[in-house]
Ligand binder design. Structure first.
Ligand SMILES: *Cc1c(COP(=O)(O)O)cnc(C)c1O
Length: 404
């Protein structure tokens, strides 16, 4: 096992400081818990930012990975990959769509979706449709084009010029969206629940209105379900809760349960516009990634998996509402959907402070924008574990506002 060194070590400093790393490392995980080398146990309600959808060390994922590692790791998309074909068929059917492109991450999958939208219109003799209409507060990833899609000045500082062809409207405002649509619009790209932006669920009726506007204006709808997909909201895909049908659905994070894999699911006409040579990914959908993702999908599709997620979500949201009532000076409100839940905090309690208090009590959560504490537990979390989270959250809130 590799020893953990102190933060002054040359090895620590050798990692580029793009993340403000917490001085904590884990050596093992089991279910909803992570273990340090010293044997301390943490309740993981961060799941590597919505990645470990089935928690840690899930037997079905382990079995799929072990079986595949012994057989074959990587071939190439130059050849057929049966595991990939199987996963593609399952994802397409589940999303009400027809074709899937595989890659390795969320940003990469969103980029591919943007290329597909533009190429589709180009093939439809509408080459002027190039603009991607996004929402304020969105997060679509860190590549250059996805920074252009992500309307956050701090993320873009010093990285200009931004690629063109992206516009923004306030999230949740249908009139603003309709006003911005035009013959230049290739696609509307939205997260059904904004994750990094502060666990903000679309207001009731909004997604339905967006889908209707997209149809009316002849533009495509891209659902960025990188964070919300694969059961996180209590539905396999969050768009299903609104009863809409996007033209493209983007997945990553939870899809491999910890194994890196991303995907874009598309309508057949969109996929057909992408001929051989139009796009690619060396690693995308390789045998290891797709073996694991197939195993994950089998678990999520089992009855009553999603029903359990909805039950745990209701329990969590009820508990958060009670905390919000009990600590009105500290908590401004509860947010999110399913097991992408948030607690919006008052100015007197910065989210970093609450997150530090929780970590001191061995609970891991993730901050989000707008002073929101984000909770992303494994979808397999138990009733007792949700109670444990709520109880420790209550203890941390009882410590009051941040002292200066
Ligand atoms: C995390 C995230 C991304 C980016 O995914 P990466 O794998 O980090 O590139 C894109 N969209 C949403 C909604 C996300 O939550």
């Amino acid at each position: 096992m590799t020893e953990q060194t102190d933060q002054n070590s040359a090895d620590y400093q050798a990692v580029m400081p793009t993340y403000g790393r917490i001085d904590l490392a884990f050596v093992r995980g089991e279910g909803s818990y992570l273990f340090t080398e010293a044997g301390q146990v943490y309740l993981d309600c961060a799941t590597g930012i919505a990645v470990n959808a089935l928690g840690h060390g899930h037997p079905a994922l382990l079995a799929a990975l072990h079986e595949q590692t012994d057989l074959l790791w990587h071939t190439s998309n130059l050849y057929r990959i049966p595991q990939q074909e199987k996963l593609a068929g399952r994802l397409a059917r589940a999303a009400g769509l027809e074709q899937v492109f595989f890659c390795n991450s969320g940003a990469e999958a969103n980029e591919a979706a943007v290329k597909m939208a533009r190429r589709f219109h180009y093939r439809q003799q509408q080459p002027e449709r190039v603009e991607i209409l996004c929402a304020g507060g969105a997060f679509h990833g860190r590549t250059l084009a996805m920074l252009a899609a992500t309307d956050r000045p701090a993320f873009r500082e010093g990285f200009g010029p931004m690629p063109g062809g992206f516009a923004h409207v306030p999230f949740g405002n249908l009139n603003a969206l309709r006003a911005a649509l035009g013959p230049q619009t290739a696609a509307i790209m939205l997260e059904p629940v904004q994750g990094e932006g502060g666990a903000i669920a679309a207001p009731p009726g909004y997604l339905e209105g967006v889908a209707e506007a997209a149809r009316e204006f002849g533009t495509l709808l891209i659902a960025d379900e990188v964070q919300t997909g694969m059961g996180r909201t209590g539905y396999l895909f969050a768009f299903q809760a609104a009863g809409i049908q996007p033209d493209l659905v983007v997945l990553a994070k939870g899809l491999g349960g910890g194994f890196p894999v991303g995907a874009v699911i598309a309508r057949a006409e969109i996929g057909e516009a992408m001929g051989p040579g139009s796009h690619g990914s060396t690693f995308g959908g390789n045998p290891l990634a797709t073996a694991v993702a197939n195993a994950l999908m089998s678990e999520v599709e089992k009855e009553p998996f999603l029903k359990q997620v909805r039950a745990r979500s209701a329990q969590l949201h009820d508990g958060l509402d009670r905390l919000a009532e009990r600590y009105p000076d500290l908590v401004a409100g509860r947010r999110g959907m399913g097991l992408l839940a948030g607690l919006q905090l008052a100015d007197s309690l910065p989210v970093a402070e609450l997150n530090n208090r929780l970590r001191a009590r061995q609970v891991l959560c993730v901050p989000a924008a707008e002073n929101v504490l984000r909770m992303l537990p494994p979808l397999t979390i138990s009733e007792e574990e949700i109670n444990q989270l709520l109880s420790l959250l209550g203890t941390c809130l009882a410590d009051g506002p941040k002292e200066d």
